[in-house]
Design a binder for this molecule. Sequence first.
Ligand code: 25A
Ligand code: L14
Length: 340
Amino acid sequence: MLKKKEKYVVAVVGATGAVGNEMIAVLEEREFPVERLRLFASERSLGVKLNFKGEEVSVETLSEESFKGIDIALFSAGAERSKIWAPVAAKSGCVVVDNSSQWRMDPEVPLVVPEVNAHDLKWHKGIIANPNCSTIQMVVALKPIHDVAKIKRVVVTTFQAVSGTGKKAMDELLKQTVDLLNFKEIKIEVYPHQIAFNVLPHIDKFLENAYTKEEMKMVNETKKIMGDPSIRVTATTVRVPVFRGHSESVNIETEKKLTADEVRELLRKAPGVAVIDNPEKNEYPLPIYASGKDEVFVGRIREDESIDNGINMWIVSDNLRKGAALNAVQIAEELIKMAV
Ligand code: 25A
Ligand code: L14
Protein backbone atom coordinates (compact mmCIF):
# COMPACT_ATOMS: atom_id res chain seq x y z
CA MET A 1 0.00 0.00 0.00
CA LEU A 2 1.11 3.51 -0.75
CA LYS A 3 1.99 5.70 2.24
CA LYS A 4 0.51 9.18 2.19
CA LYS A 5 3.13 11.81 1.40
CA GLU A 6 3.16 15.33 0.10
CA LYS A 7 5.28 14.30 -2.89
CA TYR A 8 6.35 10.95 -4.30
CA VAL A 9 9.44 9.46 -5.90
CA VAL A 10 8.18 8.29 -9.31
CA ALA A 11 9.92 6.06 -11.87
CA VAL A 12 9.19 5.59 -15.56
CA VAL A 13 10.53 2.27 -16.88
CA GLY A 14 10.79 2.35 -20.69
CA ALA A 15 11.20 6.14 -20.52
CA THR A 16 12.68 6.50 -24.02
CA GLY A 17 9.81 4.71 -25.76
CA ALA A 18 6.70 6.23 -27.32
CA VAL A 19 4.54 5.57 -24.24
CA GLY A 20 7.33 6.39 -21.75
CA ASN A 21 7.86 9.80 -23.36
CA GLU A 22 4.16 10.52 -23.08
CA MET A 23 4.13 9.43 -19.41
CA ILE A 24 6.78 12.03 -18.60
CA ALA A 25 4.78 14.72 -20.42
CA VAL A 26 1.51 13.74 -18.68
CA LEU A 27 3.12 13.74 -15.20
CA GLU A 28 4.37 17.26 -15.87
CA GLU A 29 1.15 18.59 -17.41
CA ARG A 30 -1.09 17.26 -14.65
CA GLU A 31 1.27 18.52 -11.95
CA PHE A 32 1.59 15.12 -10.39
CA PRO A 33 3.23 15.57 -6.96
CA VAL A 34 6.70 14.36 -7.95
CA GLU A 35 9.46 14.62 -5.34
CA ARG A 36 11.98 13.10 -7.75
CA LEU A 37 11.64 11.47 -11.19
CA ARG A 38 13.79 8.45 -12.06
CA LEU A 39 13.97 7.26 -15.67
CA PHE A 40 14.90 3.75 -16.82
CA ALA A 41 15.48 2.17 -20.22
CA SER A 42 17.82 -0.40 -21.76
CA GLU A 43 21.57 0.00 -22.17
CA ARG A 44 20.90 1.39 -25.63
CA SER A 45 19.65 4.58 -23.98
CA LEU A 46 22.46 5.02 -21.43
CA GLY A 47 23.69 8.60 -21.60
CA VAL A 48 20.34 9.91 -22.86
CA LYS A 49 18.92 12.82 -20.88
CA LEU A 50 15.22 13.67 -20.95
CA ASN A 51 13.56 16.89 -19.87
CA PHE A 52 11.15 17.03 -16.92
CA LYS A 53 9.91 20.41 -15.63
CA GLY A 54 12.80 22.22 -17.24
CA GLU A 55 15.45 19.92 -15.79
CA GLU A 56 17.51 17.18 -17.44
CA VAL A 57 17.08 13.70 -16.01
CA SER A 58 19.57 10.96 -16.95
CA VAL A 59 18.31 7.58 -18.09
CA GLU A 60 19.47 4.66 -15.90
CA THR A 61 19.46 0.90 -16.45
CA LEU A 62 17.60 -1.47 -14.13
CA SER A 63 19.18 -3.54 -11.36
CA GLU A 64 17.88 -5.40 -8.30
CA GLU A 65 18.60 -2.27 -6.24
CA SER A 66 16.92 0.21 -8.61
CA PHE A 67 13.54 0.41 -6.91
CA LYS A 68 14.77 1.26 -3.40
CA GLY A 69 13.16 4.53 -2.33
CA ILE A 70 10.77 4.63 -5.29
CA ASP A 71 7.07 5.00 -4.35
CA ILE A 72 5.37 4.57 -7.73
CA ALA A 73 6.77 3.01 -10.94
CA LEU A 74 5.05 3.37 -14.32
CA PHE A 75 6.21 0.54 -16.59
CA SER A 76 6.09 0.59 -20.40
CA ALA A 77 9.02 -1.46 -21.63
CA GLY A 78 7.20 -4.48 -23.02
CA ALA A 79 5.83 -7.67 -21.50
CA GLU A 80 9.16 -9.47 -21.15
CA ARG A 81 10.64 -6.67 -19.01
CA SER A 82 7.47 -6.38 -16.91
CA LYS A 83 7.48 -10.10 -16.24
CA ILE A 84 10.94 -9.86 -14.70
CA TRP A 85 11.01 -6.41 -13.14
CA ALA A 86 7.48 -5.63 -11.91
CA PRO A 87 7.69 -8.27 -9.13
CA VAL A 88 11.16 -6.99 -8.17
CA ALA A 89 9.76 -3.46 -7.88
CA ALA A 90 6.68 -4.59 -5.93
CA LYS A 91 8.88 -6.56 -3.55
CA SER A 92 10.87 -3.46 -2.69
CA GLY A 93 7.64 -1.75 -1.64
CA CYS A 94 7.01 0.21 -4.78
CA VAL A 95 3.53 0.29 -6.40
CA VAL A 96 3.74 -0.66 -10.08
CA VAL A 97 1.33 0.53 -12.77
CA ASP A 98 2.16 -1.76 -15.69
CA ASN A 99 1.33 -0.92 -19.30
CA SER A 100 2.27 -4.26 -20.80
CA SER A 101 0.01 -7.25 -21.41
CA GLN A 102 2.00 -9.35 -18.91
CA TRP A 103 -0.20 -9.09 -15.78
CA ARG A 104 -3.56 -7.98 -17.14
CA MET A 105 -5.46 -11.26 -16.86
CA ASP A 106 -3.74 -12.38 -13.63
CA PRO A 107 -6.54 -12.82 -11.05
CA GLU A 108 -4.28 -11.30 -8.37
CA VAL A 109 -3.82 -8.10 -10.40
CA PRO A 110 -6.51 -5.43 -10.81
CA LEU A 111 -7.02 -4.17 -14.39
CA VAL A 112 -8.17 -0.60 -14.09
CA VAL A 113 -9.72 2.24 -16.06
CA PRO A 114 -10.47 4.85 -13.36
CA GLU A 115 -13.77 6.03 -14.93
CA VAL A 116 -15.02 2.43 -14.92
CA ASN A 117 -13.58 0.46 -11.99
CA ALA A 118 -11.41 2.61 -9.71
CA HIS A 119 -12.85 0.49 -6.84
CA ASP A 120 -10.72 -2.47 -7.99
CA LEU A 121 -7.59 -0.58 -6.88
CA LYS A 122 -8.50 -1.47 -3.29
CA TRP A 123 -7.31 -5.06 -3.68
CA HIS A 124 -3.98 -4.53 -5.42
CA LYS A 125 -0.94 -6.36 -4.09
CA GLY A 126 1.74 -4.10 -5.55
CA ILE A 127 1.03 -4.44 -9.28
CA ILE A 128 -1.84 -2.79 -11.14
CA ALA A 129 -2.31 -3.45 -14.85
CA ASN A 130 -3.14 -0.78 -17.40
CA PRO A 131 -5.42 -2.30 -20.07
CA ASN A 132 -4.86 -2.51 -23.81
CA CYS A 133 -5.33 0.82 -25.60
CA SER A 134 -8.28 -0.28 -27.76
CA THR A 135 -10.05 -1.76 -24.75
CA ILE A 136 -9.61 1.35 -22.59
CA GLN A 137 -11.30 3.75 -25.00
CA MET A 138 -14.13 1.30 -25.66
CA VAL A 139 -15.02 0.60 -22.00
CA VAL A 140 -15.03 4.30 -21.10
CA ALA A 141 -17.92 4.67 -23.57
CA LEU A 142 -19.62 1.35 -22.80
CA LYS A 143 -19.76 1.62 -19.00
CA PRO A 144 -22.48 4.34 -18.73
CA ILE A 145 -24.62 2.41 -21.23
CA HIS A 146 -24.10 -0.91 -19.45
CA ASP A 147 -25.14 0.66 -16.12
CA VAL A 148 -28.61 1.60 -17.39
CA ALA A 149 -29.36 -0.89 -20.17
CA LYS A 150 -27.08 -3.93 -19.62
CA ILE A 151 -24.97 -4.71 -22.66
CA LYS A 152 -25.43 -8.29 -23.89
CA ARG A 153 -23.09 -8.29 -26.88
CA VAL A 154 -20.41 -6.09 -28.49
CA VAL A 155 -19.12 -6.35 -32.07
CA VAL A 156 -16.08 -4.13 -32.59
CA THR A 157 -13.73 -3.40 -35.49
CA THR A 158 -10.70 -1.22 -34.77
CA PHE A 159 -8.61 1.07 -36.97
CA GLN A 160 -5.35 1.30 -35.02
CA ALA A 161 -2.48 3.78 -35.32
CA VAL A 162 1.11 2.63 -35.69
CA SER A 163 2.29 4.45 -32.53
CA GLY A 164 0.79 1.58 -30.52
CA THR A 165 3.69 -0.54 -31.73
CA GLY A 166 6.29 2.05 -30.70
CA LYS A 167 8.68 4.52 -32.25
CA LYS A 168 10.12 2.14 -34.81
CA ALA A 169 6.71 1.66 -36.39
CA MET A 170 6.12 5.41 -36.60
CA ASP A 171 9.47 5.77 -38.37
CA GLU A 172 8.55 2.95 -40.76
CA LEU A 173 5.23 4.53 -41.80
CA LEU A 174 6.94 7.88 -42.40
CA LYS A 175 9.85 6.36 -44.33
CA GLN A 176 7.67 4.12 -46.52
CA THR A 177 5.37 7.04 -47.34
CA VAL A 178 8.26 9.31 -48.33
CA ASP A 179 9.98 6.54 -50.32
CA LEU A 180 6.81 5.58 -52.21
CA LEU A 181 6.11 9.21 -53.12
CA ASN A 182 9.68 9.40 -54.45
CA PHE A 183 9.35 6.19 -56.47
CA LYS A 184 11.97 4.48 -54.28
CA GLU A 185 12.00 0.92 -53.02
CA ILE A 186 10.57 0.53 -49.55
CA LYS A 187 11.83 -1.44 -46.56
CA ILE A 188 9.43 -3.64 -44.59
CA GLU A 189 10.71 -4.35 -41.07
CA VAL A 190 8.15 -3.84 -38.32
CA TYR A 191 4.94 -5.25 -39.83
CA PRO A 192 4.59 -8.30 -42.10
CA HIS A 193 3.48 -6.08 -45.01
CA GLN A 194 3.79 -2.52 -46.30
CA ILE A 195 1.82 -0.23 -43.94
CA ALA A 196 1.92 3.01 -45.98
CA PHE A 197 -1.23 3.31 -48.17
CA ASN A 198 -2.40 -0.06 -46.86
CA VAL A 199 -4.69 -1.68 -44.23
CA LEU A 200 -3.61 -4.79 -42.30
CA PRO A 201 -6.19 -7.02 -40.57
CA HIS A 202 -3.51 -8.22 -38.18
CA ILE A 203 -2.38 -6.81 -34.80
CA ASP A 204 -0.16 -8.84 -32.48
CA LYS A 205 0.23 -12.55 -33.16
CA PHE A 206 -2.31 -15.09 -34.41
CA LEU A 207 -3.71 -17.56 -31.87
CA GLU A 208 -5.08 -21.07 -32.29
CA ASN A 209 -8.68 -19.85 -32.54
CA ALA A 210 -7.77 -17.76 -35.67
CA TYR A 211 -8.20 -14.51 -33.74
CA THR A 212 -5.19 -12.28 -33.02
CA LYS A 213 -3.91 -11.74 -29.51
CA GLU A 214 -5.00 -8.08 -29.75
CA GLU A 215 -8.57 -9.22 -30.55
CA MET A 216 -8.68 -11.60 -27.61
CA LYS A 217 -7.31 -8.87 -25.31
CA MET A 218 -10.39 -6.81 -26.20
CA VAL A 219 -12.68 -9.78 -25.44
CA ASN A 220 -11.13 -10.78 -22.11
CA GLU A 221 -10.09 -7.41 -20.75
CA THR A 222 -13.55 -5.89 -21.38
CA LYS A 223 -15.19 -8.56 -19.20
CA LYS A 224 -12.63 -8.11 -16.41
CA ILE A 225 -12.76 -4.28 -16.32
CA MET A 226 -16.56 -4.13 -16.51
CA GLY A 227 -16.75 -6.87 -13.86
CA ASP A 228 -19.25 -8.80 -15.97
CA PRO A 229 -18.16 -12.03 -17.66
CA SER A 230 -21.58 -12.36 -19.29
CA ILE A 231 -20.90 -9.60 -21.85
CA ARG A 232 -20.19 -11.29 -25.19
CA VAL A 233 -17.51 -9.53 -27.24
CA THR A 234 -16.13 -10.23 -30.70
CA ALA A 235 -13.38 -8.11 -32.26
CA THR A 236 -11.49 -7.56 -35.51
CA THR A 237 -8.40 -5.40 -35.00
CA VAL A 238 -6.94 -3.61 -38.00
CA ARG A 239 -3.78 -1.53 -38.50
CA VAL A 240 -4.17 1.62 -40.58
CA PRO A 241 -1.55 4.12 -41.80
CA VAL A 242 -2.32 6.67 -39.06
CA PHE A 243 0.36 7.88 -36.63
CA ARG A 244 -1.73 8.56 -33.56
CA GLY A 245 -5.29 7.83 -32.47
CA HIS A 246 -7.23 4.60 -32.59
CA SER A 247 -10.73 4.56 -34.13
CA GLU A 248 -13.38 1.92 -33.51
CA SER A 249 -16.67 0.95 -35.08
CA VAL A 250 -18.70 -0.48 -32.20
CA ASN A 251 -22.06 -2.25 -32.37
CA ILE A 252 -23.81 -3.14 -29.13
CA GLU A 253 -26.93 -5.07 -28.22
CA THR A 254 -28.56 -4.16 -24.92
CA GLU A 255 -31.14 -5.87 -22.75
CA LYS A 256 -33.16 -2.67 -22.34
CA LYS A 257 -34.03 -0.54 -25.39
CA LEU A 258 -32.21 2.79 -25.65
CA THR A 259 -32.80 5.39 -28.34
CA ALA A 260 -29.86 7.12 -30.02
CA ASP A 261 -30.85 10.33 -28.19
CA GLU A 262 -30.78 8.54 -24.84
CA VAL A 263 -27.29 7.16 -25.59
CA ARG A 264 -26.07 10.65 -26.57
CA GLU A 265 -27.47 12.05 -23.31
CA LEU A 266 -25.81 9.32 -21.23
CA LEU A 267 -22.46 9.82 -22.94
CA ARG A 268 -22.61 13.63 -22.65
CA LYS A 269 -22.70 13.20 -18.86
CA ALA A 270 -20.10 10.41 -18.76
CA PRO A 271 -16.67 11.14 -17.25
CA GLY A 272 -13.84 11.21 -19.80
CA VAL A 273 -16.19 11.21 -22.80
CA ALA A 274 -16.82 13.97 -25.37
CA VAL A 275 -19.71 13.51 -27.81
CA ILE A 276 -19.09 14.90 -31.33
CA ASP A 277 -22.13 13.95 -33.34
CA ASN A 278 -23.37 16.51 -35.86
CA PRO A 279 -23.52 14.64 -39.16
CA GLU A 280 -25.32 17.57 -40.84
CA LYS A 281 -22.12 19.60 -40.31
CA ASN A 282 -19.81 16.66 -41.13
CA GLU A 283 -18.79 16.55 -37.46
CA TYR A 284 -17.70 13.22 -36.03
CA PRO A 285 -14.60 12.04 -34.12
CA LEU A 286 -11.38 11.86 -36.15
CA PRO A 287 -7.93 10.59 -35.10
CA ILE A 288 -6.14 13.74 -36.34
CA TYR A 289 -8.20 15.85 -33.92
CA ALA A 290 -8.13 13.34 -31.05
CA SER A 291 -4.33 13.24 -31.21
CA GLY A 292 -2.80 14.94 -28.17
CA LYS A 293 -6.16 15.14 -26.36
CA ASP A 294 -7.34 13.34 -23.25
CA GLU A 295 -10.98 12.55 -24.03
CA VAL A 296 -12.62 9.52 -25.56
CA PHE A 297 -14.58 10.98 -28.48
CA VAL A 298 -17.86 9.35 -29.52
CA GLY A 299 -20.03 10.05 -32.55
CA ARG A 300 -22.08 8.49 -35.37
CA ILE A 301 -24.46 7.32 -32.64
CA ARG A 302 -27.43 5.60 -34.28
CA GLU A 303 -29.89 2.78 -33.74
CA ASP A 304 -29.03 -0.55 -35.35
CA GLU A 305 -32.11 -1.13 -37.52
CA SER A 306 -31.32 -4.83 -37.98
CA ILE A 307 -32.08 -5.81 -34.35
CA ASP A 308 -34.46 -4.69 -31.58
CA ASN A 309 -32.07 -3.17 -29.05
CA GLY A 310 -28.94 -2.21 -30.94
CA ILE A 311 -26.73 0.87 -31.16
CA ASN A 312 -23.87 1.69 -33.54
CA MET A 313 -21.20 4.21 -32.68
CA TRP A 314 -17.74 5.46 -33.62
CA ILE A 315 -15.18 5.85 -30.83
CA VAL A 316 -11.83 7.63 -31.22
CA SER A 317 -9.09 8.40 -28.71
CA ASP A 318 -5.35 9.05 -28.56
CA ASN A 319 -3.81 5.61 -27.98
CA LEU A 320 -0.70 7.05 -26.33
CA ARG A 321 -2.74 9.26 -23.93
CA LYS A 322 -5.99 7.66 -22.67
CA GLY A 323 -4.91 4.38 -24.25
CA ALA A 324 -1.65 4.23 -22.28
CA ALA A 325 0.18 7.08 -20.50
CA LEU A 326 -2.79 9.15 -19.32
CA ASN A 327 -4.68 6.14 -17.98
CA ALA A 328 -1.56 5.02 -16.09
CA VAL A 329 -1.09 8.46 -14.51
CA GLN A 330 -4.81 8.61 -13.64
CA ILE A 331 -4.40 5.26 -11.85
CA ALA A 332 -1.45 6.76 -9.93
CA GLU A 333 -3.63 9.78 -9.05
CA GLU A 334 -6.30 7.46 -7.66
CA LEU A 335 -3.62 5.62 -5.67
CA ILE A 336 -2.42 8.80 -4.00
CA LYS A 337 -6.02 9.74 -3.16
CA MET A 338 -6.36 6.36 -1.41
CA ALA A 339 -2.97 6.55 0.35
CA VAL A 340 -3.02 6.58 4.15
O1 25A B 1 8.20 -6.55 -25.72
P1 25A B 1 6.81 -6.30 -26.27
O2 25A B 1 5.73 -6.59 -25.25
O3 25A B 1 6.56 -6.93 -27.58
O4 25A B 1 6.71 -4.73 -26.50
C1 25A B 1 7.68 -4.07 -27.19
C2 25A B 1 7.19 -2.81 -27.81
O5 25A B 1 5.91 -2.38 -27.43
C3 25A B 1 5.92 -1.01 -27.06
C4 25A B 1 7.36 -0.56 -26.88
O6 25A B 1 7.63 0.60 -27.65
C5 25A B 1 8.14 -1.73 -27.42
O7 25A B 1 8.78 -1.44 -28.64
N1 25A B 1 5.06 -0.98 -25.91
C6 25A B 1 5.22 -1.53 -24.71
N2 25A B 1 4.12 -1.37 -23.98
C7 25A B 1 3.23 -0.70 -24.74
C8 25A B 1 1.89 -0.25 -24.58
N3 25A B 1 1.20 -0.45 -23.47
C9 25A B 1 3.83 -0.44 -25.96
N4 25A B 1 3.20 0.20 -26.92
C10 25A B 1 1.96 0.62 -26.70
N5 25A B 1 1.29 0.40 -25.58
P2 25A B 1 8.92 1.48 -27.63
O8 25A B 1 9.95 0.85 -28.49
O9 25A B 1 8.45 2.84 -28.01
O10 25A B 1 9.43 1.50 -26.12
C11 25A B 1 10.26 0.53 -25.59
C12 25A B 1 10.79 1.12 -24.25
O11 25A B 1 11.22 0.08 -23.40
C13 25A B 1 12.60 0.32 -23.06
N6 25A B 1 13.31 -0.89 -22.73
C14 25A B 1 13.65 -1.92 -23.54
N7 25A B 1 14.33 -2.84 -22.86
C15 25A B 1 14.43 -2.41 -21.60
C16 25A B 1 13.79 -1.15 -21.50
N8 25A B 1 13.73 -0.46 -20.37
C17 25A B 1 14.34 -0.99 -19.27
N9 25A B 1 14.97 -2.17 -19.29
C18 25A B 1 15.05 -2.91 -20.42
N10 25A B 1 15.68 -4.07 -20.41
C19 25A B 1 13.13 0.95 -24.30
O12 25A B 1 14.36 1.59 -24.08
C20 25A B 1 12.02 1.93 -24.61
O13 25A B 1 12.07 3.04 -23.73
P3 25A B 1 15.53 1.39 -25.17
O14 25A B 1 16.71 2.07 -24.54
O15 25A B 1 15.70 -0.05 -25.50
O16 25A B 1 15.05 2.10 -26.46
C21 25A B 1 15.59 3.34 -26.86
C22 25A B 1 15.15 3.58 -28.29
O17 25A B 1 15.54 2.48 -29.13
C23 25A B 1 14.48 2.05 -29.96
N11 25A B 1 14.60 0.59 -30.11
C24 25A B 1 13.89 -0.34 -29.46
N12 25A B 1 14.25 -1.56 -29.84
C25 25A B 1 15.22 -1.41 -30.78
C26 25A B 1 15.45 -0.03 -30.95
N13 25A B 1 16.36 0.43 -31.80
C27 25A B 1 17.07 -0.45 -32.53
N14 25A B 1 16.90 -1.78 -32.41
C28 25A B 1 15.99 -2.30 -31.55
N15 25A B 1 15.84 -3.63 -31.45
C29 25A B 1 13.23 2.46 -29.23
O18 25A B 1 12.24 2.79 -30.16
C30 25A B 1 13.64 3.68 -28.46
O19 25A B 1 13.39 4.85 -29.21
O1 L14 C 1 -0.93 -2.86 -24.93
O2 L14 C 1 -0.49 -1.44 -31.54
O3 L14 C 1 -1.19 -4.95 -25.42
O4 L14 C 1 1.07 -2.89 -31.83
C1 L14 C 1 0.56 -4.23 -27.78
C2 L14 C 1 0.61 -3.99 -29.28
C3 L14 C 1 -0.86 -2.16 -27.54
C4 L14 C 1 -0.86 -1.97 -29.02
C5 L14 C 1 -0.88 -3.81 -25.74
C6 L14 C 1 0.25 -2.32 -31.12
C7 L14 C 1 -0.51 -3.48 -27.13
C8 L14 C 1 0.13 -2.71 -29.72
